[in-house]
Design a binder for this molecule. Structure first.
Ligand code: PLP
Length: 465
């Protein structure tokens, strides 16, 4: 399998190379040159498999000859053994129509574990073959940081530097990162906002003072391998609900458009997806783009669902590329215009292509709390604020009778205890597997919101290992 850039100007890569590379050298994102397609009979043959076996089957065509089928299976088995539920991503029924797909049974209680537990193992596998060392730099508003740190802590040939905005993430989120003791983990609290931390990380990727001596790697969802791993649970859920004989719809709480793009890939691979519902909070650029064609950046409003407080959704570019005729040169021009003016209109082909499978909805604070309340009062399920935005969109959707709607439950309610308690009057308890989080010792450095200081810290600590 070969991967090409959405902007048409970067070299094609194989799976091993695309995993170790973040952004394309032309600023684009990598996508498979062709979509592998499973026939209805092949899909029917996947029913009832253990999750890790299903995962290896779905991912093999994307991995190509970068890993043998046996080795891919071993890595999947190891990655998904870290989950607390034997089904890995269990389905829970809410009523005759609505289901929750629980993606939060991994070590750090959010769906990002599903992909990052595998990605950490892929990094280690591919680096072992090379005279190479990977320096991961990332910025987190909470969930990506802890999932990435858990996935790479203690692994050979990898260092991870994770920036978080000091005082602006929850205690649970911070402690999940700062109580990890492995010597290759460096937590940095930055004086400043998430956007400022993110801007520093982007600058490091292009800073010759760092890139001359370090291979800098990415763990956010611009990394193709993350999206690939997320395709699996769309298959797992649809198979449970009767695919390929029955069509299934999904409602997806969306920030950077990674999770919902994985659902789009599943549909392109032949899974009978009736509809993908893109659910946003009041930071609704994606809802506006999909409903009116207007993709223009507004100010970010802080909400109780911080992982969705995003205005520019990196992975949307992958959708525009695929729906708009896969014309890299035209998309490069469109994206240059967007980067200059912070606004663009979708082309007719892009809007039509997206509308064939995707619709969208937006939830404000009251609607989000209403969905948490409905799930608790009517169904006895505590759900987190992100999941609630998805469930609100699912319940508002206009779909043919008989189509089950699966809402992706992206975080454990205990990760956002105060918001859940405010909406339901009930405070979720932390699962026992992370129960002593508040007794563990924390370790992190505090640095000023100054690029030179942060870059110097990274250079010094990555180089001296
Ligand atoms: C990251 C995250 C999201 C958004 O996912 P994207 O792939 O960025 O669209 C939603 N919910 C939670 C809990 C998250 O951590």
């Amino acid at each position: 399998m070969h991967y090409i850039s959405t902007r048409g100007g970067a070299p094609a890569l194989n799976f091993e190379e695309v995993t170790l590379t973040g952004l394309g050298s032309d600023g684009g994102l990598y996508v498979p040159r062709d979509w592998p397609v499973f026939s209805p009979d092949e899909i029917a043959g996947l029913a009832g498999l253990p999750y890790a076996v299903l995962a290896a089957r779905i991912m093999q065509p994307f991995v190509g000859d970068s890993l043998s089928p046996e080795r891919l299976q071993e890595l999947c088995t190891q990655a998904y053994a870290r989950f607390a539920h034997r089904a890995v991503t269990p389905l829970v029924q809410l009523d005759e129509r609505h289901w929750l797909l629980e993606l939060f049974h991994g070590p750090t209680l959010a769906f990002k574990d599903v992909a990052l537990q595998l990605l950490g193992r892929l990094f280690e596998e591919f680096l072992a073959r090379r005279e190479d060392h990977l320096t991961i730099v990332g910025a987190t508003s909470g969930d990506t940081g802890s999932a990435a740190i858990d996935a790479v802590a203690g692994r050979a040939k990898i260092d991870i530097f994770m920036l978080h905005p000091k005082g602006r993430i929850s205690d649970v989120q911070r402690r999940q990162m700062t109580t990890v003791k492995a010597p290759n983990v460096f937590n940095i609290a930055i004086d400043g906002s998430f956007d400022e931390a993110q801007a520093m990380v982007k600058r490091m990727f292009g800073d010759p003072a760092l890139t001359a001596t370090l291979r800098i790697g990415a763990v956010n969802s611009i990394n193709w391998a993350r999206l690939m791993a997320q395709v699996v649970y769309y298959f797992a859920a649809a198979l449970q609900l009767g695919a390929p004989h029955r069509r299934v719809a999904f409602a997806v709480p969306t920030g950077n458009f990674g999770d919902v793009f994985a659902g789009y890939v599943a549909a392109r691979m032949g899974l009978p997806v009736e509809r993908l519902i893109v659910a946003t909070n009041v930071n609704d650029i994606l809802h506006r783009a999909l409903s009116t064609g207007d993709y223009s950046v507004g100010a970010v409003t802080a909400t109780a669902a911080p992982s969705m407080d995003i205005q520019v959704s990196s992975n949307f570019e992958r959708l525009l590329f695929d729906c708009g005729g896969r014309d890299g040169a035209a998309l490069a021009q469109q994206m240059r215009g967007f980067e200059a003016s912070k606004a663009m209109r979708l082309t007719n082909a892009q809007s039509r292509g997206a509308a064939a499978l995707l619709s969208s909805a937006r939830a404000d604070a009251g609607e989000m709390a209403g969905a948490m309340n409905w799930a608790w009062e009517q169904c006895g399920e505590l759900i987190d604020p992100h999941t609630a935005i998805g469930l609100h969109a699912a319940r508002a959707a206009d779909l043919p009778a008989g189509v089950p709607i699966v809402t992706l439950a992206t975080a454990h309610p205990a990760k956002f205890r105060s918001a859940v308690e405010r909406a339901t009057g009930h405070r979720p308890s932390l699962p026992t597997r992370i129960g002593d989080l508040f007794d563990r010792e924390e370790r992190y450095v505090e640095l000023p919101g100054d690029y030179a200081a942060v870059a110097a810290y990274v250079a010094q600590h990555a180089a001296h290992r």
